[in-house]
Design a protein around this ligand. Structure first.
Ligand SMILES: [Zn+2]
Ligand SMILES: [Zn+2]
Length: 186
């Protein structure tokens, strides 16, 4: 499976899709909403302010082309590293050094391959509904519920055991220095 920016200048390959992913997840938290609004990409949100991500292991993301197009943003000094591209301003994924989780935005799968997510079926978990816009016709956990934990914990535990948070292509050899200096969003 390849993920791309909207224009196709940036391409990365996912080694084990759809085997290694917890599936389609949607986060309605204020940080995810603020981030895409600040970089003027709120068209990636669903009607209730949700950001859909389909996680992969960082170790299994291989950047094929467009490394020089990557930009890094953070909402605070301790925030998640949020990667987007400079070519066409596409948000790509959110990650943290060492953690076996690359939260790849749905649009990176589907903008150039509309059926890419079909093998995954329905959304498995929706979290942080307390920040969602009202009126959603589906269930959203207020924060993170037990069922949401059940969806992601096997993926995270397996990732920790297998060291899938290491060798991330978004950080240097020390696995903590990001490829480029993050821009702190005000
Ligand atoms: Zn692009
Ligand atoms: Zn979020």
């Amino acid at each position: 499976m390849n993920i791309t920016c909207d224009c196709g200048a940036f391409v990365a390959r996912l080694e084990s899709f759809p085997k290694h992913t917890p599936g389609r997840l949607v986060c309605y938290c204020d940080d995810c909403q603020a981030y895409v609004k600040k970089i003027k990409c709120s068209d990636v949100l669903d009607d209730y302010g949700g950001t859909e991500v389909i996680p992969a292991y960082p170790k299994e993301v291989e950047i094929v082309q467009g490394l020089d197009q990557l930009k890094c943003y953070r909402l605070s000094e301790h925030g998640t590293y949020r990667w987007a591209t400079s070519c066409c301003n596409s948000p790509i994924l959110n990650t943290r050094p060492g953690f076996p989780w690359a939260g790849i935005l749905h649009t990176a799968y589907t903008r150039r391959n509309p059926t890419a997510l079909s093998p995954l079926g329905e959304v498995k978990s929706r979290i942080y509904g307390k920040y969602a816009l009202p009126g959603a016709p589906f269930r959203i956990s207020n924060t993170i519920g037990f069922r949401d934990m059940l969806v992601v914990m096997p993926f995270i535990l397996k990732g920790k055991i297998l060291g899938m948070g290491k060798e991330s292509p978004f950080f240097g050899p020390d696995n903590s220095t990001p490829l480029c200096v993050p821009e702190l969003l005000p």
